[in-house]
Write a protein that binds this ligand. Sequence first.
Ligand SMILES: NC(=O)c1ccc[n+]([C@@H]2O[C@H](COP(=O)([O-])OP(=O)(O)OC[C@H]3O[C@@H](n4cnc5c(N)ncnc54)[C@H](O)[C@@H]3O)[C@@H](O)[C@H]2O)c1
Length: 256
Amino acid sequence: MRTIIVSGASSGIGLATAERFARSGDHVINLDLLPPAPDTVNGTREGGGRVRWIEVDVADWSSVREVVDRVHAERGRIDVVIANAGISVRRGILDLTEDEVRRTLDVNLMGVLALWRHATPHMLRQGEGVLLATASVNGSRGYPLYADYNASKAAVASLCQTFAIELSPMIRTACVAPGAVLTPMQRAEYTDSMLDEVNERIPARRHARPEEIADVFHFLASPQASFVSGQQFVVDGAETAGATTAFFPGPTGPLR
Ligand SMILES: NC(=O)c1ccc[n+]([C@@H]2O[C@H](COP(=O)([O-])OP(=O)(O)OC[C@H]3O[C@@H](n4cnc5c(N)ncnc54)[C@H](O)[C@@H]3O)[C@@H](O)[C@H]2O)c1
């Protein structure tokens, strides 16, 4: 039975991903600040398999090291790490504050780096492992009102390349770069009419379901993806395939 660590698996994409792996028989550990969503039982919805929650702030480097080492001591191996926990706050450049920007980078960038960094020695000793993370299409475009978030996701794509180069052939890396996914994160920042506006601009005419991102993670962690490393997989319903670079629901200028 593989041991899979997923961060941010109490909600949204992480929850669906943890359930996807648990359902296929993997032992899954959820590292999250918060307990699993209330519509779950023991961290999973019906039919989802069992997921164990450990409370941790992924931005805390030494806590992440301690928890990764503990999981390895208990399980004897760590097969796959999915650094998924992330935050975003929708605000213009003139509204950015130092504390908020640092928190975004601490969670979205340092949280991935810490998890991957501390899993790496275990994977090297066992001679194999897969490091995955949730990036975003925001990492490759200038989506307004998300300056710090966009930069943090570009950094995740960069980590994915560097880890792959340094750690191949023992360890593979890959990121999933979703477009719009209907999760509590998206719900928190978009009104219904903004969601409709976004859907109109996506060629698929809708947001992704978290399960559609989970399926891609499941593939990337599988032997079928054995020659995939160092790359981002864009899963966006063709949002970024065309000439239009980005959609901007709501007013975006500095004087909005
Ligand atoms: N929803 C989207 O449209 C979308 C698009 C592209 C990328 N993403 C990325 O997908 C990932 C998951 O997002 P989601 O939409 O499922 O969000 P979500 O808010 O539903 O879930 C995020 C989870 O991460 C946890 N978390 C936040 N900060 C943490 C921390 N410091 N330590 C541990 N856990 C922490 C939260 O408690 C929550 O359970 C994020 O990295 C996000 O940037 C989301």
